[in-house]
Every structure is written in structure tokens, then in C-alpha cells.
Ligand binder design. Structure first.
Ligand code: FAD
Length: 294
């Protein structure tokens, strides 16, 4: 998220300072867009960045910020024009995580993805020099963020495909080894239907994801294909995880099971980088707009 945003919107100096370190994993970035009152409606964010001397003073609260406890730098979307409403007047800032006034709260316990932490981050009179303003221009913040988000949505779709493959690879050996009524589960038609549906679902999501990535590589930002791939793939992996759990029977409900963990982990994909409802909204709006313009 952070590196893609910088790659497209950062100044040459910002790219040189951050991108090689981010690519190597030496610099960890945290993308700070969501706020308590601004989730799906990110354009309503309230964090303020007021011009002062050769920089800005940031005040506000961000929520569910992944990597916040480990971050070297926050990419913070904040309102530079206090009179603006909606996405206008929002700018993006690179803020060193050691800057005085930044407080990262204790990570909340999550349903899954326990190897990842998402925290509230408070910014209280945090000074950022003008060098931290992404691209050196005000007002581009949400556009820049969306550029990173579109990339991340494609990654989420690909991750969902990968996790579905793993789930299928887990469910089949179990179905082969487990017998009931003297028959292996893998030979029961209703179980076979679940295996077949999972594979078909995964393959459809894979094709959609590859197509979105192919269009991306051609240089455009295919937001319609990206949103539909992210929407379908994230819903798909939940269906596959549910099938896998069902095939395991009671074992699928036990905590020490990889499928149980993946069932919880994959649930997140329908929520972040835009919920499924937000993808539906994006897809429908783009199609309706196209039709209107005809
Ligand atoms: C584990 C985790 C990690 C995260 N990491 C980050 C991060 O690193 N950086 C960051 O900035 N954010 C992060 N987020 C935030 C994430 O992007 C938001 O949670 C997400 O955008 C949804 O916002 P919300 O939770 O406020 O839900 P809300 O926006 O309040 O939505 C609640 C429900 O209403 C629905 N809804 C909302 N608007 C509409 C609409 N117009 N039409 C139909 N339905 C609608 C939603 O689909 C959802 O079902 C993370 C979240 C989680 C859970």
C-alpha cells in the first residue's frame, strides 16, 4: 500500500529515501487512512494537517492500522484544507513513527490473522516538515491512497486464490483418509460436490485476478476488473473455507486445526481494502456511468 502510493505519487527524493528500504523490508510502512468515523466513507476523514512554518501540525485519530507497532513510517491521509468536505482537501504525509506526539495503542484481539496487528494510532500536535508531503502537493491524498488501494485489492484477490488452493489441498487428503459408513468421504457424491465447487470457484477467481493483473501491467488502472476480482475472490475463499470446515466435520471446529485458523483468517478479506458492499458499489457505479455516457 505505502510503497505503491509513493511509487506513483512521491517526489524523486521520497522515492529514493523510502522505496529501496521498503522493497528490502528494512523500512516498514503503515498505511493510515481509516478513522473511527471514516471507514468505508474514507473521504469523510477528519485528521487535520494545518500549515505551520516549514511544515504541518497533524491532529487526529486513525483506526485499525496494520503494522502500527512495527512501523518506521506512517503514510497518513489528513485534511490540509479545513474548509473542505469529502475527498477534496485531503493530502498524504510521510510521518516518521518516532516523531513526538504519535501514540500507538495496544492492539485489540482479532478473530483471525493473529500474526498481524492492527491498532489505533493517535496524532497529537505531530510536526511534519513540508518534505513529508507526498508529491510535494496538497489535495492529492485520497487519489494517491486509492492508487495504493487498487494495487492492494489485486494482491488481496491473489492471496485469496492462494489460500483457497491451500484449503483444497487440505480438504482432499482428509476426505481420502476419513471413512464413515465404510466409505471414504472422498467417494461420497455430496463431499465430491464440495470439492468440485471449491476448485471451480477458485479457478474462476484465479482467472479474474490474472486478468486484472494483466490489464494493470498494460499500464491502465482497471478499477472495474480489480473490484470484481477482489469482491469475487474474497467471497470465494470464504465459501471454500466453509466447505473445508464442513468436510472435516467436528474436527473442523477444533482450535488446533489449520482449516479452523484459515476459516477465521480468510474472513478478513471481505472487509478490508474495501468491503464487499463497497466493491459492489464501485462495480455498479462504473457500469451505470459507462451506460449513461453512451
Ligand atoms: C484487521 C484489519 C486491518 C486493517 N488495516 C488497515 C490499515 O492498515 N489501514 C487503514 O487505513 N485501514 C485498515 N483497516 C480498515 C478497513 O479498511 C475498514 O475496516 C473498512 O474499510 C471498513 O470500514 P469500517 O470498519 O469502518 O466499516 P463501515 O464502513 O462502518 O461498514 C460497516 C458495514 O456497512 C457497509 N457499508 C458501508 N457503506 C456502505 C454503502 N455505501 N453501501 C452499502 N453498504 C455499506 C459495509 O460494507 C459494512 O458491511 C483494517 C481493518 C481491519 C479489520
Amino acid at each position: 500500500l505505502c510503497s505503491q502510493t509513493l511509487l506513483d505519487y512521491g517526489t524523486e527524493e521520497q522515492k529514493t529515501s523510502y522505496l529501496p528500504g521498503m522493497a528490502k523490508g528494512d523500512i516498514i510502512g503503515a498505511f493510515a487512512l481509516t478513522e473511527p468515523e471514516a471507514g468505508s466513507d474514507a473521504g469523510s476523514l477528519k485528521t487535520a494537517a494545518l500549515k505551520k512554518g516549514n511544515g504541518y501540525i497533524l491532529n487526529g485519530q486513525k483506526r485499525y492500522i496494520t503494522n502500527a507497532p512495527f512501523a518506521d513510517v506512517f503514510l497518513v491521509m489528513a485534511r490540509t484544507d479545513p474548509k473542505s468536505i469529502g475527498s477534496e482537501g485531503v493530502s498524504a504525509f510521510l510521518v516518521d513513527s518516532k516523531t513526538p506526539g504519535i501514540e500507538v495503542e495496544e492492539p485489540p484481539k482479532m478473530l483471525g490473522q493473529k500474526g498481524s496487528l492492527a491498532c489505533e494510532v493517535n496524532f497529537k500536535d505531530v510536526f511534519v516538515s513540508t518534505e513529508g508531503l507526498v508529491g510535494g502537493v496538497e489535495g492529492n491524498g485520497l487519489k494517491a491512497a486509492l492508487r495504493g488501494i487498487n494495487h492492494a485489492r489485486t494482491h488481496v484477490a491473489a492471496t485469496c486464490v492462494g489460500q483457497a488452493i491451500r484449503l483444497i489441498n487440505e480438504m482432499i487428503p482428509f476426505a481420502l483418509n476419513r471413512k464413515q459408513f465404510d466409505v471414504a468421504l472422498a467417494d461420497m457424491p455430496t463431499i465430491q460436490n464440495m470439492i468440485a465447487d471449491s476448485y471451480t470457484d477458485m479457478n474462476a477467481a484465479k482467472s479474474m485476478t490474472l486478468e486484472a493483473a494483466r490489464l494493470f501491467d498494460l499500464g491502465s488502472i482497471p478499477s472495474l476488473e480489480i473490484s470484481s476480482a477482489k469482491y469475487f475472490a474474497s467471497e470465494m475463499v470464504s465459501r471454500v473455507a466453509d466447505n473445508a470446515l464442513q468436510i472435516l466435520g467436528g474436527a473442523g471446529y477444533m482450535e488446533d486445526n489449520v482449516i479452523t485458523r484459515m476459516y477465521r483468517d480468510t474472513r478478513l478479506f471481505r472487509l478490508y481494502e474495501g468491503t464487499s458492499q463497497i466493491q459492489q458499489r464501485t462495480i455498479a457505479r462504473a457500469l451505470v456511468k459507462k451506460q449513461r455516457e453512451k
